[in-house]
Ligand binder design. Structure first.
Ligand SMILES: Nc1ncnc2c1ncn2[C@@H]1O[C@H](COP(=O)(O)OP(=O)(O)O)[C@@H](O)[C@H]1O
Ligand SMILES: [Mg+2]
Length: 460
C-alpha cells in the first residue's frame, strides 16, 4: 500500500498533487484540503478468473424480503419496509430529527425480536438511553444494542461479533477509518467508511441505515458516488420553526419514489400525522383575504395546503418580493403573467407569499392557487367559503390540466369543502361531481369572476 500526499476537493472529490485555490473540475473555491490517498492494487490479480455471464432466462429470481418497521409512514416511503440486504441513506439538516426517527425504527424492529445495533458516532450510550426512554419505554428490549464508536474498524469488528439483522450508523460523516489519515467528514473518509459498511452488509445479507449530513444547498455531504452506492436515499425535511417533518424518497431500487411520509415532532418523538390535510390549514378562508387552499399532490398523495399572500403598495424603489416555501422563479413568473394578463399593476406592489406549516411547494399544480391568493390580497376580498383551487398557469394565461384531479376533489370533499376551481381541460369522472360545486376555468382572467365572495370590483 503506497501513501502519497494529495489534495482533495471537498465538493467533487477531484484529486490534485498540489494545492490550488480553485478546483478545476467543479470551480469551487477553497475546497481543497490535504489528504493521504490509499493506492490499492488489490484488484490487479485478485478476481475470480472463472466468473461468467448468465443468460437472463436462466437467472433465478430473488425474492425481496421486507422488514416491517411498523412505522407505516416510513414503510410506505420505502415501498413496503426495509429490504433485507439493502442500505438506506437518511439525510437531513441538523436537528431535523434523523437520529430520532432512526431510534424509532430501531426500537420498533427490536420489539419484533430482530437483533438491532444502533451505532452512534455523535452521542454517548447514556444519551441514547435517555432518548430511547423518552420515545418508547417498551422499546428498551434485549435485542436492541447500542455502541458509541467513531472508529470504522471497531464498528465492523462489533458487527462481526454481534451479527445484527439491522445496523444503524449515526452518522457517516463522523466515523473515521484508521487506514486513511484524512479527517472524518472529508470526501475520502466518507466514501471509504460507507463502502466498508456497505460491503459488510451486502456480504452478510443484513440491512443498514446510514445517516448523512447535508450541505448548505441541501445535498448529502460527501461524494456523489455515495448516492450511487446505496439502495435508497431518504430525506427528512421541514422548517425547524415548525413541528412538521416530511420524509421523501430521492432514490429507491426496490419501489417507487412517489410516497412521502408526514410526521410531527413531539415530546414522544416523531409521531405520524393521521390527517395531514387538516394539519396544514390555519385560517378561516372566508374571512381572510389572501388565503387560498390548494389540494396539492405530493407524490401520489393529496394534502390540502394553505397559501397566504400579502400584497401592499410599494414605497420608493424596487418592489419587494419575499417567498417562503414557493420557488421564487415560479412565483416571479406568475406575478409577471398576472400583471400583464389581468392588468393588476403588481410591479408597483410588494408581494409576500408563504405556505403554512413550513411545507415547500414544487409542483406547478399550485400555480392557480398562488395567483388567486395574490389577487385576493390585492383586492382585499376573501376567497369564497370552503373552496379549493388547483391548476397550472401557462405564460399566456391558459390554465393547463393537472394530474390526480379526481383524487384532489375527493380530498376536498373529505375535509368538508363545498367546491373547487380546476382547469377546464381536465376531464372528471361523474362520481367527483356528486354534490360538489366544480368550476372549470380555461384562462387566468376567468378566476376573477368566480373565486371571490364579493366580486363587484374584481374585474380589472
Ligand atoms: N426533550 C425533548 N422534547 C421534545 N423534543 C425534543 C426533545 N429533545 C429533542 N427534541 C427535538 O428533537 C430534535 C433533535 O432531533 P435529532 O433526531 O437529534 O436531530 P438530528 O439527528 O437530525 O440532528 C430537536 O430539534 C428537538 O426538536
Ligand atoms: Mg443526530
Amino acid at each position: 500500500m503506497q501513501k502519497a500526499a494529495l489534495f482533495e476537493c471537498q465538493s467533487c472529490a477531484s484529486e490534485y498533487p498540489k494545492w490550488k485555490g480553485q478546483c478545476e473540475a467543479c470551480g469551487e473555491w477553497n475546497t481543497l484540503i490535504e489528504t493521504k490517498s490509499v493506492k490499492e492494487n488489490k484488484l490487479k490479480n485478485n478476481y475470480n478468473k472463472d466468473a461468467k455471464s448468465t443468460v437472463l432466462a436462466d437467472v433465478v429470481q430473488e425474492d425481496i424480503f421486507y422488514y416491517k418497521t411498523d412505522i407505516t409512514e416510513l414503510d410506505n416511503v420505502l415501498g413496503n419496509g426495509l429490504v433485507k440486504g439493502s442500505v438506506v441513506l437518511l439525510g437531513g439538516e441538523p436537528g431535523i430529527g434523523k437520529s430520532t426517527l432512526s431510534l424509532h425504527v430501531c426500537q420498533q424492529c427490536a420489539q419484533q425480536a430482530m437483533k438491532v445495533l444502533y451505532i452512534s458516532a455523535e452521542e454517548s450510550e447514556g444519551q441514547i438511553k435517555s432518548r430511547a426512554l423518552r420515545l418508547d419505554k417498551n422499546g428498551i428490549t434485549e435485542t436492541l444494542w447500542v455502541f458509541s464508536q467513531t472508529n470504522m474498524m471497531a464498528i465492523i469488528k462489533e458487527c462481526e461479533r454481534l451479527d445484527p439483522d439491522i445496523v444503524l450508523l449515526d452518522s457517516i460523516q463522523v466515523v473515521q477509518h484508521p487506514e486513511l489519515s484524512s479527517l472524518e467528514g472529508t470526501v475520502s473518509q466518507v466514501r471509504y467508511c460507507a463502502t466498508t459498511l456497505i460491503n459488510w452488509v451486502k456480504s452478510h445479507d443484513k440491512s443498514a441505515i446510514m445517516i448523512g449530513h447535508i450541505t448548505k444547498d441541501g445535498q448529502i455531504a460527501g461524494p456523489k458516488v455515495l448516492e450511487h452506492l446505496v439502495d435508497a436515499i431518504l430525506y427528512l425535511e421541514g422548517d425547524r420553526h415548525f413541528n412538521y417533518r416530511i420524509l421523501r424518497c430521492h432514490k429507491n431500487r426496490y419501489g417507487s419514489t412517489d410516497h412521502i411520509g408526514l410526521f410531527e415532532m413531539k415530546e414522544q418523538g416523531l409521531i405520524p400525522i393521521k390527517d395531514p390535510s387538516q394539519a396544514f390549514i390555519e385560517t378561516a378562508q372566508d374571512t381572510t383575504p389572501g388565503s387560498v387552499i390548494v389540494p396539492y399532490s405530493q407524490g401520489n398523495r393529496i394534502i390540502l395546503l394553505e397559501i397566504q399572500a400579502l400584497v401592499i403598495e410599494s414605497g420608493y424603489g424596487m418592489a419587494k418580493r419575499n417567498f417562503v416555501g414557493i420557488n421564487p422563479n415560479r412565483a416571479n413568473l406568475l406575478i409577471a403573467a398576472l400583471d400583464k394578463l389581468c392588468h393588476l399593476k403588481l410591479s408597483a406592489h410588494d408581494i409576500f407569499l408563504t405556505v403554512i406549516g413550513g411545507f415547500s411547494i414544487t409542483d406547478p399544480s399550485a400555480d392557480l392557487a398562488i395567483a388567486v391568493a395574490i389577487i385576493s390580497s390585492l383586492k382585499q376580498q376573501a376567497v369564497s367559503d370552503r373552496v379549493g383551487i388547483c391548476g397550472e398557469v401557462g405564460l399566456t394565461g391558459e390554465i393547463r390540466p393537472i394530474s390526480y384531479v379526481d383524487k384532489r376533489i375527493l380530498e376536498l370533499k373529505k375535509c368538508g369543502f363545498k367546491g373547487g376551481i380546476i382547469p377546464k381541460r381536465n376531464v372528471l369522472s361523474s362520481t367527483s361531481l356528486n354534490s360538489f360545486n366544480i368550476i372549470q376555468v380555461g384562462y387566468i382572467k376567468d378566476v376573477l369572476q368566480y373565486s371571490f365572495i364579493n366580486h363587484n370590483d374584481a374585474h380589472a
